[in-house]
Write a protein that binds this ligand. Structure first.
Ligand SMILES: [Zn+2]
Length: 245
């Protein structure tokens, strides 16, 4: 079980670029003993993301590997992420374009993409709509890949809660991928047994690295500080992806 008592009472919901967070080496040693996981053969994989790019950072290698292996793979983006980079004209359009490019990098095969278009930052206000929308796009026997319910971002946490509710009601396996929690938390807050590792071969790592580069608006170093700074990116270059079960 997740150690809720170890969560700081005032978790940052706004990323502090001056705080370098928990070094990835701490996480790597913590995760080294976690169990390997692979999805059931041929089962549909549905990856839900609060914003375009979360699916790639958290599960890009899984998307690539499963699409290549013939699993039906779909991605649901709940918002367009228009709240980041409001200095740009039409940031939601830019992020959708970046996502399409990233999904092409992840697989030459067809990946279904569903856009829900909920206002960025307000997922919790639209939870009934989001729950219905995900349910109608969830094939039988699917594995649901969701954000983490304590990730430190209100949209990530709202999407995670919705997915966990669906999982309970439908008996669906829900695995969650941290994004900002890698930065905010330190390993003592977690127990090894909660994590599983999905190993990425060299091809999957390369496809994920290429896909991440498609999100130029989030990596742009001329926008100071970048939305996704290098020390946070380091969590997403591991030769595996870690999910909470
Ligand atoms: Zn996000």
């Amino acid at each position: 079980m997740f150690n809720h008592k170890a969560i700081p009472p005032l978790r940052p919901h706004v990323f502090d670029p001056n705080n370098l967070g928990t070094p990835d080496s701490y996480w790597q040693s913590e995760l080294s003993n976690s169990l390997e996981w692979t999805p059931p053969a041929g089962s549909p994989i549905v990856v839900v993301a609060a914003h375009p790019d979360d699916e790639t950072f958290g599960a890009g290698g899984l998307i690539h590997t499963c699409a290549r292996a013939g699993h039906p793979v779909s991605v649901i983006t709940v918002t367009d992420g228009e709240g980041a980079r409001t200095d740009l004209p039409e940031p939601g359009v830019i992020r959708r374009r970046e996502l399409r490019a990233a999904l092409s990098c992840l697989s030459g095969r067809y990946i279904q993409w569903h856009r829900l278009g909920v206002p960025d930052g307000n997922v919790a206000l639209h939870d009934s709509f989001v729950e219905r929308a995900i349910k109608t796009r969830l094939p039988p026997e699917a594995t649901l890949i969701a954000p983490f319910e304590h990730d430190g971002h209100p949209d990530h946490e709202a999407v995670a809660r919705i997915c966990l509710t669906i999982g309970r009601r439908r008996g669906v396996t829900v695995l969650r991928y941290p994004i900002w929690a890698w930065h905010h938390f330190a390993p003592p807050a977690w127990r090894n047994t909660e994590f599983v590792r999905f190993e990425l071969n060299a091809e999957a790592q390369l496809a994920k690295a290429r896909a991440i580069r498609c999100f130029a608006s989030q990596l742009d170093a001329s926008f100071s500080p970048p939305v996704m700074p290098p020390h946070v990116l380091s969590y997403f270059t591991r030769p595996y992806e870690a999910f909470l079960t």
